[in-house]
Design a protein around this ligand. Structure first.
Ligand code: BGC
Length: 758
């Protein structure tokens, strides 16, 4: 026995020694290759590697277009982004390889945020699956599809923790929790990058570094200001986890950090990212991020270009600051040759690691798209994952699931649109290939039931506002009068046994530059909903949203609410899967739904204050006069068609040491009428600390499938890691004392036990 152990241990030691030796020799080989190459490069060619202009149709800012091909020939371009199509990419790569002096291949980037042509739910929705295998698989499939079409670098995962539903880009992140965000970060990086060996494994890009999700007033690009203590505890963990998982690139955010734009912030890009976290990839700016430092008031283009390079930013997306000004800055002594060489080396290393120097056409196999993009298998996974992401918020009298019989009125501006199904930031989506909800419902019920349809209203009464909210050709306005549309909807409703109202946000009402100060359902849709409810027929609200919206009125007045976010290319089939009970909903919120926009920002893992509120309203406690503090739907919340009972929580010990563990156990029973999936959540509270500690923090979870009638015992191991935090010196420590352990189906309804860390 002992001998076996020793043999295994020495085998492991030898293997890891061999792996380290191999890594060292790989590194030496790479260094030598890059030294040789850089030895041949002119200054302008080095600066060219730092340049990332945009091509193609997709433009998010004010792009200046120029003759990209001739710039590539002159070695003035390191990569391109948002060019779609393997044939086109191959042609461009050919120019770089065959027509530029040194033949250095290009990186081809794209915002492949939640899938390529097979589109998965928007990231916020995906996070509500709490299914790390699904998250990783979605990134794997996205990488497979986009790499088949020539892309070798995605600008994902987006890991900005956000507490503020007003911010439109909450749709692209993973909600409000740093622990869950960190697990998702690792899964995404694994899914995209794999081992970075095969031609379906691509570079990930961690963004937006850092704190982009905390703009004041929830207004996009606005000032961010927070203590380092808060950054390290509440906002940094997902980025750090992605770096530790091996992410090879990072995008600097638009916002300021400690008064300096992230793009030019040396503390952030060098001290934290490289020196503290050991990042060894490259940093790219966000779109015109360097140029925007002029408006921030950091100087002219030459000054901000030099500032960014010195800070540790390696690649310039669209600003033309590096190619345009660094030669002069070198002469003027504003940057050093070493600064330029370091950045150039990092870009070349990324290309080397991708294998582009061995085979620049590694990602240009023109036969792949037909076999690998938008395949039946990929779509089946996207449909499965979409239905896992829907969150059942209310289901009075078990109105859902519906039966596939009789007449169903499907009503609303989201019921018969194709372009809105994939959701925001689905750059490669081909909406012609996707179905509308109406088509999906009709296919699901077949000849057993009749699905009647009426649009009912436009998205909003105000045409100009609606146009602003539906950019990128997703305009969906109906020219009929409000009255005419309502009349049609009520006629249809009168004929039906049940009404399904597909309402909420259009896909571009969230995402970049889509902040909102009013999170209620747009007026035209609320009026339609009221009219539908007034018919007295049962109404199910299918709520489309890219953010937590305010559903206080709907929660009081509508019997059933299924929040479907934006479910991706397969939404139209995934929604009926759940509505008709072929699959019981199991999504759980990863972001609190406020009762009123005035509560924003909010998050479940808040600090207690010196005047905690015991009950609303109590004067001189931390309160609002006109609203409880609690959210409408808490973090972790989501119903199913079945019921899960939780036994009492037990701990195997009441004390532990820093090297020990405690096991927390509950038994969960499915005592309803459907098979279902439950996400059992573990929260911990550190009752006394050298700094204040949150009222609860998610520390683990277990996603379990239970057949009806089945019970399962779920155990969580609590170790020192789960008790650690950053103290006022930013040391990562745990402190002796009392801790509460909480387990439950969401962050509100928990069972609690206490233990002591000695
Ligand atoms: C966004 C990034 C995106 C980039 C390139 C920017 O506007 O902030 O998330 O990757 O554009 O499209």
């Amino acid at each position: 026995m002992k001998l076996t152990k020793i043999l295994i241990a020495s085998a492991i030691a030898l293997t890891s020694f061999a792996a380290t030796a191999a890594n060292n020799s790989d590194k030496a080989k790479m260094d030598k290759f890059i030294d040789d190459l850089m030895g041949k490069m002119t200054l302008q060619e080095k600066l060219g590697q730092l340049n990332l202009p945009v091509t193609g149709e997709i433009v998010t800012g004010q792009a200046k277009s120029s003759d990209v091909a001739s710039r590539i020939r002159q070695g003035q371009v390191g990569g391109l982004f948002n060019l779609k199509g393997v044939e086109r990419i191959k042609d461009v790569q050919k120019i770089a390889v065959e027509e530029s002096r040194l033949g250095i291949p290009l990186l081809f980037g794209m915002d492949v945020i939640h899938g390529y042509e097979t589109v998965f739910p928007i990231p916020l929705a995906l996070s509500c699956t709490w299914d790390m295998e699904a998250v990783e698989l979605s990134a794997r499939i996205a990488a497979r599809e986009c790499s088949a079409d020539g892309i070798n670098w995605t600008f994902s995962p987006m890991l900005d923790v956000c507490h503020d539903a007003r911010w439109g880009r909450v749709s692209e992140g993973n909600g409000e929790d740093p622990y869950l965000g960190a697990r998702i970060a690792e899964a995404m990086v694994r899914g995209y990058q794999g081992n970075l060996k095969n031609n379906d494994e691509i570079l990930a890009c961690v963004k937006h570094f850092a704190l982009y999700g905390a703009p004041e007033a929830g207004r996009d690009y606005n000032t961010v200001d927070m203590s380092h203590w808060r950054m390290y505890n509440d906002y940094f963990p997902p980025y750090k986890a992605a770096i530790e998982a091996g992410a090879q690139s990072v995008m600097a955010s638009f916002n300021i950090v400690d008064g300096i734009p992230a793009t030019g912030n040396r503390w952030l890009l060098t001290d934290v990212l490289r020196n503290q976290w050991g990042f060894d990839g490259f940093v790219v700016s966000d779109y015109t991020g360097i140029f925007e430092m002029i408006a921030h008031g950091m100087g002219d283009l030459q000054q901000v270009g030099a500032l960014a390079l010195r800070a540790g930013l390696d690649m310039d997306m669209v600003s033309d600051a590096f190619v345009g000004t660094l030669e002069k800055s070198l002469k003027d002594g504003m940057v050093s040759q070493a600064d330029i060489d370091t950045a150039c080396r990092r870009i070349l290393e990324a290309k080397y690691r991708l294998g582009l120097f061995d085979n620049p056409y590694k990602y240009c196999d023109t036969k792949r798209p037909a076999k690998e993009v938008f395949t039946a298998e990929n779509r089946a996974e996207a449909r499965r994952i979409a239905r896992e992401s829907f969150v059942l918020l209310k289901n009075e009298g078990n109105l859902l699931p519906l039966r596939k019989t009789g007449k169903i009125a499907l009503v609303g501006p989201l019921a018969n649109t194709r372009a809105n199904m994939p959701g925001t930031w689905s750059v490669a989506a081909v909406s012609d290939k996707y179905s509308t909800l109406l088509e999906g419902f009709r296919a699901a019920v077949g000849s057993n039931a009749e699905v009647l349809y009426a649009k009912g209203c436009n998205l909003m009464y105000d045409a100009a506002r609606e146009a602003d909210a539906t950019m990128f050709g997703r305009e969906m306005r109906d020219s009929r009068s409000n009255e005419e549309m309502l009349r049609e909807a009520l006629d249809v409703a009168a004929k039906a046994d049940v009404i399904v109202a597909a309402l909420g946000e259009s896909s571009e009402m969230s995402g970049e530059s889509s902040s909102r100060t009013n999170l209620e359902m747009p007026d035209a849709q609320r009026d339609l909903l009221k009219a539908l409810l007034a018919t007295g027929k049962p109404v199910v609200l299918l709520h489309f949203a890219g953010r937590p919206t305010v559903l206080t009125w709907e929660n009081e007045n509508v019997p059933a609410i299924l929040n479907v976010w934006f479910g991706g290319s397969e939404t139209a089939d995934a929604v009926p899967d759940v509505v008709f009970g072929d699959y019981a909903p199991c999504g759980k919120l990863t972001t609190s739904f406020p009762r009123t926009v005035g509560q924003c920002p909010m998050s479940y893992n808040e600090y207690n204050t010196g005047r905690p509120q015991a009950k609303w309203f109590t004067k001189f406690t931390t309160s609002y006069l006109d609203s409880p503090n609690e959210p409408l739907y808490p973090f972790g919340f989501g119903l199913s068609y079945t019921n899960f009972d939780y036994s009492d929580l037990t701990l195997d010990k009441s004390e532990m040491t820093e090297t020990g563990t405690i096991t927390a156990t509950v038994t969960v029973t499915n005592n309803g009428n459907y098979d279902g999936v439950e996400v059992v959540q573990l929260y911990i509270r550190d009752l006394v600390g050298s700094v204040v500690r949150p009222v609860k923090e998610l520390k683990d979870f277990s996603r379990i499938s239970l057949r009806k009638g089945e019970s399962r015992t779920v155990s969580f191991t609590i170790n020192a890691e789960k008790l650690k935090f950053y103290n006022s010196q930013l040391e990562y420590v745990c402190e002796p004392g009392e801790f509460q352990v909480m387990v439950g189906p969401n962050s509100r309804d928990v069972k609690t036990k206490t233990f002591t860390l000695k």
